[in-house]
Design a protein around this ligand. Structure first.
Ligand code: C2E
Ligand code: CA
Length: 950
């Protein structure tokens, strides 16, 4: 310790004695204890043109000439002298950081490679210390007590930060830095890897851009730390090229990230986002970097300033435009701008010293980190779009793409239709065969749906709401078709007309088919589970066909009607009646054999087909058993009830019968005979029972021609608004003008039409004619408010798909307001299959068809049904209105009240006298119909009436 203290004193003395002037080569006393001595301030720099340095030449001095090393085109020179004040040899390393960053210069920088080329002392040239990756450390020795001068040749200008290191201390300092370097390069490297793999998961350009920044950063750091040189043994030239490329890519990637991140393109569709320019410039710079790394780096360093400044301006602008993305980029940009500023100071050497370079690499690491975190935040945040609206749209697009809906786009003026590719696949048609001129599309629409489709689409063009909502069939490549539902909305208008519709197509084939099946399967009576009339007739037809082709037993039909059942069920109530029917059905089923069919063909009317053993004895036996089963007591509400039945039988006879329903009809007739002769009887059909049999058959064949010859006529019976004294609507009633027999009442021919399978055609005829007439009236008397026409629907009609189809066809073809055509349906009809009826009625109502509950109050009616089904009007049966039964007025009154509570209108049928009118007005009934006002009228008379009474 004493020795050290002594040395310090000597040293201080020396400093006093030998003033440290700027004069050349005055020896500088080296503190033997200092780990490092900064030489920057004490060296003498020679500013020489050319490659030779001449020293000395003062008074008496000898002249020393030094020539630059070969290849060093712009050498720099400096000199210094060191004095060893100790009594031991002094060994120091002369070190300049050659990182490519610190003090490398902005314009034409000195990149990787030795900054110090040679060091010459009085004793001759010194050898560099060959520490790997660093070629410009020179070991300096000064003997004890001596002063030694050194002349140093540098590449480019003389570095600003020159240090004399104690070799051991230098090693330790390097070691400490290595840890720091490793940390930074590790973090940046990991981020780069992570961002690269993110792109695999989420294909957004911002991830490769951010990853590129990371990778370029890693390379810059690797050259700065000499890893490149050490790890791959890359020479200075190669390292410089690598470094130059990395710097170019770093700046390019930052610019690229900026444009992709703020989503310029998404925001401003017509503004180029500059990506191609950035890409092009980067490529050119990379090429330059390969040939002239320094030139490329000069440009890159200047460009980074440009990018930072432009970025600040753009972010500022976008934030005022409320871009969330721009706001998110602020931290990254602060980091990048700060880094650019700092690196300029470091490159230019303004910021030098031991701390300058670590600061630079730390800042670089920080930029990479902040940018990565910003980008990553978007990877894990579902928020992928710049604002809420776009986000919702994006979500909707996703939802649309996973649903089975297909895009449909109609440009009205161009007359083109574009549909999603999926449709071509679904229909199996050629590519692009659907797209283009709208005719392509229409060709694919089923011919039965085409006119309706065109009409609907055209009316949507001029409609206010601009909506298309329809179902239609499209032809597939194979034989067949699929049902589609189209829902579209106008997205552009020109004046009042829509010029473009966009919507979705949905395949509803399965739904349609299952509905059809439901309708087709509706052949069972929902109460008893027995086949209904339709299925019964079908089975009977099969039995007849079967017998004709395969021989076997002649089928017999038994019709069983429960005597006075209506009285019984009225006495005990509707529910009891139903459960008695169920029991009856069960008991009778037990009598029948497996091969036979038992059906419920009407409320309390059953029918059986017997094929098992058609011998008369057997049939007699069966009918006896059936009647016997009815006679067993029923226990109803604590009472024992006994029933009887009337049975009619008819056996197939190929001479007389050509159709199955003839057989049923005969059996029914026989049953009526049994019933009228007192009931509780079995009667077999014989020809006497059928006085008009011949008549009926001719009527049936005549009727088939009646439709073709248009012998059917529609009469219109006015329905009058009771408190306004005007015509509110008409009921359409059909008449058959038979050429020979004169007018035939519907009561007679409707049933025939049903059995002859002509009822669907007939129904359509009435519905269509009524619709035409109504729209004609609406045109002529434009201002008749809420004029309606009611059309009767027969029992066979309602449970067929045709009704819905017909109603739709009519409601879309004639322009008729909702509810103006009312289908009149009886309650018993609805109760045959309430579930199916509810479905059918609901569909009809959706289509804007009005629904009228007919004959309410006749038979057993239940007010509770009123709410179950979507009827808008109910018609009180004439039996309750005409003349009035004992308690009828009270019943009608309660029906009216109930209907009004449910928001329905009430029509009273069979209004015969002024007193009926007065009474009905008194209880607030809405409409009246009957001979008091008018009988059914021919269309001309009806029109005249309407003109008068509207
Ligand atoms: P409905 O639905 O009960 O029709 C009312 C019947 O009562 C009509 O007989 C009508 O002429 C008659 N009527 C009108 N006002 C009075 C009155 O003040 N007093 C009395 N006692 N009767 C009056 P119409 O025209 O003979 O029709 C009989 C039935 O035929 C109708 O009964 C209806 O169920 C059926 N029908 C008529 N046209 C069609 C049709 O186009 N299709 C179907 N499926 N059935 C029809
Ligand atoms: Ca009616």
């Amino acid at each position: 310790k004493l020795r050290v203290a002594m040395r310090m004193i000597v040293l201080m003395l020396l400093f006093v004695l030998i003033p440290n002037t700027a004069g050349a080569l005055d020896g500088i006393a080296v503190d033997p204890l200092a780990e490092r001595t900064i030489l920057s301030d004490i060296i003498t720099i020679y500013d020489v043109d050319g490659r030779t340095l001449t020293l000395g030449g003062g008074d008496g001095d000898k002249v020393v000439q030094v020539t630059a090393s070969p290849g060093n085109m712009s050498p720099g020179w400096f000199a210094f002298a060191l004095t060893n004040v100790t009594d031991e040899q002094l060994i120091r390393w002369l070190v300049v950081e050659n990182t490519g960053s610190a003090d490398s210069g902005i314009i034409n920088p000195v990149l990787i490679g030795p900054r110090l080329v040679s060091v010459q002392s009085d004793k001759g040239k010194l050898q560099p210390v060959l520490e790997s990756g660093r070629l410009d450390i020179f070991e300096i020795e000064v003997d004890a007590g001596q002063t030694q001068s050194f002349v140093v040749e540098t590449v480019g200008a003389v570095p600003r930060f020159i240090v004399l290191w104690d070799p051991r201390a230098y090693g330790a300092a390097r070691h400490a830095l290595s840890f720091f370097h490793g940390l930074i390069i590790g973090i940046v490297g990991l981020l780069a890897i992570f961002l690269t793999s993110l792109y695999v998961v989420r294909h957004r350009l911002m991830y490769p851009a951010a990853a590129l920044i990371g990778w370029a950063g890693v390379v810059v750091l690797a050259t700065d730390f000499g890893l490149w040189q050490r790890g791959f043994g890359a020479g200075p030239a190669t390292s410089s090229v690598v470094r130059a490329i990395a710097e170019v890519i770093f700046v390019g990637a930052v610019a690229f990230l900026f444009t992709t991140f703020v989503e310029f393109k998404a925001r401003y569709r017509y503004v180029a986002d500059g990506t191609p320019v950035i890409f092009g410039v980067s490529c050119v710079l990379v090429l330059i970097a390969v040939l002239w790394p320094s030139v490329a780096v000069s440009i890159a360093r200047l460009l980074s300033v440009v990018v930072a400044v432009c970025g600040i301006a753009a972010i500022g602008y976008l934030i005022t435009m409320r871009s969330a993305r721009a706001l998110a980029l602020v931290p990254s940009w602060i980091a990048f701008t700060s880094f650019t500023l700092l690196s300029m100071l470091v490159y230019s050497g303004v910021l030098s010293g031991a701390i300058a370079h670590p600061m630079y690499i730390a800042a670089l690491g920080l930029v990479a980190m902040v940018i990565s975190f910003t980008a990553m935040q978007y990877a894990f945040d579902a928020d992928v779009a710049p604002d809420e609206n776009a986000r919702e749209l994006a979500l909707k697009a996703v939802a649309f793409s996973v649903s089975d809906t297909i895009l449909w786009d109609w440009k009205v003026k161009e007359e083109t239709i574009t549909v999603g590719r999926e449709l071509e696949g679904a229909l199996g048609v050629a590519r692009n065969s659907l797209n283009g001129p709208q005719q392509n599309w229409l060709d694919k629409v089923h011919h039965l749906d085409r006119d309706r489709f065109v009409q609907l689409a055209n009316s949507a063009v001029v409609s206010d709401d601009g909506l298309i909502n329809t179902e239609f069939r499209l032809h597939t490549s194979a034989v067949g078709q699929r049902w589609y539902r189209l829902r579209a909305r106008s997205v552009a208008r020109e004046g009042v007309d829509a010029i473009r519709f966009v919507g979705s197509l949905e395949d509803v084939t399965t739904f349609k088919n299952s509905r059809e099946r439901l309708l087709r399967d509706a052949v069972h009576d929902s109460l008893t589970g027995l086949p209904n009339r339709a299925l019964f007739v079908d089975r009977l037809t099969r039995a007849v066909v079967c017998m004709n082709s395969q021989g076997g037993n002649n089928p017999s039909v038994l019709v069983i009607d429960v005597d006075r059942f209506k009285n019984v069920s009225q006495g005990f109530g509707h529910g009891m009646g139903d459960s008695m029917l169920t029991v009856i059905a069960q008991r009778m089923s037990e009598v029948m054999s497996e091969a036979d069919t038992l059906a419920r063909i009407e409320a309390d009317k059953f029918a059986a087909i017997v094929v098992s053993d058609a011998s008369y004895n057997n049939i007699e036996e069966i009918s006896r058993d059936l009647r016997h089963s009815l006679k067993q007591p029923f226990y109803v509400g604590g009472h024992e009830v006994f029933l009887t039945g009337s049975i009619g039988i008819s056996t197939f006879d190929s001479q007389r019968h050509d159709k199955a329903c003839d057989l049923l009809r005969e059996a029914e007739l026989a049953m009526v005979h049994a019933k009228t002769s007192g009931g509780d009887k079995t009667e077999k059909f014989h020809l006497d029972m059928h006085p008009s049999q011949f008549d009926r058959l001719t009527i049936e064949s005549d009727f088939k021609r009646a439709l073709e010859r248009s012998e059917l006529e529609l009469l219109y019976q006015p329905i009058v608004s009771l408190n306004e004294e005007r015509i509110a609507g008409f009921e359409v009633l059909m008449r058959w003008q038979h050429p020979e027999k004169g007018e035939i009442s519907p009561d007679k021919f409707i049933e025939i039409a049903e059995e002859a399978g002509l009822i669907v055609e007939l129904g359509y005829y009435a519905l269509d004619a009524a619709a035409q007439q109504l729209s004609l009236w609406r045109k002529t008397f434009g201002d008749v408010p809420d004029l309606f026409v009611s059309v009767n629907v027969s029992s066979r009609q309602i449970f067929r798909q045709d009704l819905i189809r017909d109603a739709r066809l009519i409601s879309t073809s004639a322009s008729i307001p909702a509810g103006a055509i009312k289908l009149a349906i009886t309650e018993s009809l609805v109760m045959e299959n309430p579930e199916l009826a509810a479905y059918v009625l609901e569909r009809l109502r959706e289509m804007g068809v009005g629904l009228l509950l007919d004959d309410f109050g006749a038979g057993y009616s239940a007010l509770s049904h009123l709410q179950q089904f979507p009827f808008d009007t109910i018609k009180v049966d004439k039996s309750l209105v005409t003349g009035g039964r004992d308690n009828a007025p009270a019943i009608v009154k309660s029906i009216v009240n109930m209907a009004h509570d449910l928001g329905m209108k009430v029509v009273a049928e069979g209004v015969d006298s002024p007193s009926d009118v007065a009474y009905l007005m008194g209880i607030g009934c809405d409409f009246g119909q009957g001979y008091h006002f008018s009988p059914p009228l021919h269309v001309n008379t009806a029109t005249k009436y309407l003109a008068e009474w509207r």
